[in-house]
Design a protein around this ligand. Structure first.
Ligand SMILES: Nc1nc2c(ncn2[C@@H]2O[C@H](COP(=O)(O)OP(=O)(O)OP(=O)(O)O)[C@@H](O)[C@H]2O)c(=O)[nH]1
Ligand SMILES: [Mg+2]
Length: 313
């Protein structure tokens, strides 16, 4: 049955893909074997990370990209990571509606997931899902995220092109600057160019992007996702980015670096889970907590003592 399942994934069978991703979400123990089986077939998709503050028009823009790539007969996948915050609580439904005209297209695979209960393992979840989609023969995979936390910034590091979607009137003091997202952006989009002050924002980003000391010069484009104006510029920037990566002489080094990070990420995730368990189940744990409660020691001393008792210095 597993052989059949794996060949179904590799042949792009949507039900098999959906099942595999559900297994990833449910942390099914069989998934590691499936990932190892399909892994040799990965590495063909161009992975685009699309991120930005809530409501800047990421999903609407993605819809435009899907339209464009479908015209070129590319197979495309979208993983939309929903922060499930009270503010954007309804956006899963919104995403589905906005992208619903592609739902019936067998060459478009859209999957939403909630980041709510996955804070630690979010990048692992995403990476595994990307492997499944990549091995299934998709040409383009887009990951949409709100990019507010470190785990989301980590996800962007495993994509080939990081597109940061902003809009006029966001102000300077936005989360995105704090989260270190500006540093990882390859392409900056000023969406909603129909709104006032989009030109100022464009110029500002253009000046900021010139400072970066990297072989890839970040690009800035202005779009209106509703009318579709400027989308062709974004597509051109994405193609340039893809070409840049394939022609890069340090390509294998970048690959190697990415693999190192992936291994580290998985190990740290595993360690942190098993180590938390060990700490919480240590026979002295409660006693130490009690001592902190009555102020006989402070939490840092408590941690130091526990570290010693766990033979970890
Ligand atoms: N005026 C204008 N409105 C736009 C444009 N692009 C998107 N919108 C609108 O902005 C709102 C948010 O669009 P979404 O595509 O859901 O934005 P998002 O960034 O995916 O939102 P979240 O996933 O909730 O963070 C919707 O009402 C869109 O119709 C644009 O270019 N101009
Ligand atoms: Mg969205």
């Amino acid at each position: 049955m597993d052989d059949d399942f794996i060949s179904s994934i590799l042949s792009g069978d949507r039900r098999a893909i959906a099942k595999a991703i559900s297994m990833i979400e449910n942390e099914d123990s069989k998934i590691s074997n499936i990932i190892s089986e399909i892994y040799p077939k990965t590495g063909n998709a161009f992975v685009i990370g699309i991120t930005g503050p809530p409501g800047t028009g990421k999903s609407t823009l993605i819809n435009r990209l899907i339209e464009h790539y479908r015209k070129l007969d590319k197979k495309i996948g979208v993983i939309a990571i929903d922060p499930s915050s009270p503010i954007t609580g309804g956006s899963l439904l919104g995403d589905r509606l906005r992208m619903s005209n592609h739902n019936l297209d067998p060459n478009v695979y859209i999957r939403s997931m909630s980041s709510g209960d996955k804070s630690g393992g979010l990048s692992r979840y995403t990476r595994r899902s990307l492997s499944i989609l990549d091995a299934s023969g998709l040409d383009i995979i887009i990951v949409e995220s709100v990019g507010s936390g470190q785990s989301e910034v980590d996800i962007l590091k495993i994509t080939d092109a990081v597109v940061i979607v902003l809009m006029p009137e966001l102000g300077d003091d936005i989360q995105i600057y704090k989260a270190g997202l500006m540093e990882v952006g390859d392409i900056f989009v000023v969406n909603k160019s129909d709104l006032d002050s989009s030109d100022q924002m464009y110029t500002k980003l253009l000046n900021a992007s010139k400072i970066k000391n990297d072989k890839w010069m970040p690009q800035v484009v202005k779009t209106n996702s509703i009318t579709g104006s400027g989308i062709d510029r974004l597509i051109t920037s994405l193609s340039e980015r893809e070409k840049f990566l394939t022609e890069l002489s340090e390509q294998s080094l970048i690959h190697e670096h990415r693999i190192k990070n992936e291994i580290l990420d998985v190990m740290l995730d595993d360690f942190s889970k098993s180590f938390s368990k060990k700490i919480l189940n240590h026979p002295d744990f409660q006693n130490i907590v009690d001592q902190v409660l009555v102020k006989k020691m402070d939490p840092e001393q408590a941690a130091m003592i526990l570290k010693k008792r766990l033979n970890y210095d």
